[in-house]
Design a protein around this ligand. Structure first.
Ligand SMILES: [Zn+2]
Length: 273
């Protein structure tokens, strides 16, 4: 039997947010079984659930009333990737810090303090049949499986990227090695447009790969780092189902909008083990 997990102790990370450019701070705290991942800003609580998604243009934003918590996906990806079921995420500011643009700093901080196994069993969701969503250019399928895995395909009209694809296991070891270090990226030609839409204000070469016409802004961590970052985002957005899922995901050109639509479909179609 699989047991639920939480983190072993408190962890604090801080830094600028990728889109607002504002300084923010998150403190992760252990939480009891069956409480899930819950954000806390001041006295307000917000469950990490697709029902609370209010924006998916460049990142995934959760909100309720006037509460906003932006760019939740990289932190949620680390929690999901490491199979952490329960945690409280206290946030100062309106956006999770970008750290290095990947999930690796969250993973390393969590690894340092370790995990705590709880006495309650994990309640994974299982699909009875395959389900699919399409949002614009994005096609996503979730099929019944005994494990969680992702096949992802990306295509960009750029000579350095083109068509890329890969298969990724859902085990924490594989996530940590193959997915967590992949950084977010943006095209140099898009940066101005993003800035004028008040996005990517905190983006810099410290926390993002910038892709120019003929080169990347620095050395890549993997030849297909951009593909892997899309997988990282999927791990994050699918946390919004609210439970671990046993499904084989196929994602063709995934986007936050499509990922969240799939999270919703899985939570509506799947049954608890
Ligand atoms: Zn991302």
């Amino acid at each position: 039997m699989d047991f639920q997990q939480t983190i072993g102790d408190e962890i604090t990370l801080s830094g600028v947010g990728l889109h607002t450019g504002n300084f923010g701070k998150v403190t992760l705290k252990p939480a009891e079984a069956d409480s899930g991942i819950v954000f806390r800003q001041g006295t307000q609580l917000l469950e990490a659930n697709w029902r609370h998604v209010v924006d998916t243009r460049r990142c995934t934003v959760l909100g309720s009333g006037d509460l906003r918590i932006g760019t939740v996906e990289h932190l949620l990806s680390a929690l999901n990737g490491l199979a952490i079921d329960n945690a409280v995420v206290e946030i100062e500011g309106e956006e999770v810090p970008a750290v290095d643009g990947s999930a690796a700093p969250f993973v390393q901080a969590i690894r340092k303090i370790g995990l705590n196994r709880l006495s309650a069993s994990r309640k994974a969701l299982r699909l009875k049949r395959a389900c699919a969503v399409r949002e614009g250019d994005s096609w996503l399928v979730a099929a019944p499986s005994d494990d969680f895995s992702i096949v992802c395909v990306t295509e960009f009209e750029h000579p350095l990227l083109g068509l890329q694809g890969g298969h990724f296991d859902g085990t924490p070891e594989s996530y940590e090695r193959e997915v967590a270090p992949a950084r977010t990226f943006g095209f140099a030609t898009e940066v101005e447009a993003l800035r004028s839409a008040s996005l990517a204000r905190g983006g810099s070469l410290e926390n993002a790969i910038v892709i120019f016409e003929d080169r990347f802004s620095g050395e890549l961590r993997y030849p297909d780092e951009c593909l892997r970052h899309k997988v990282l985002d999927l791990f994050g957005d699918l946390t919004l189902v609210g439970h671990p899922i046993k499904a084989a995901i196929t994602a063709i050109k995934p986007s936050h909008r499509a990922n969240v639509a799939l999270a919703r479909m899985i939570s509506e179609e799947a049954v608890s083990e």
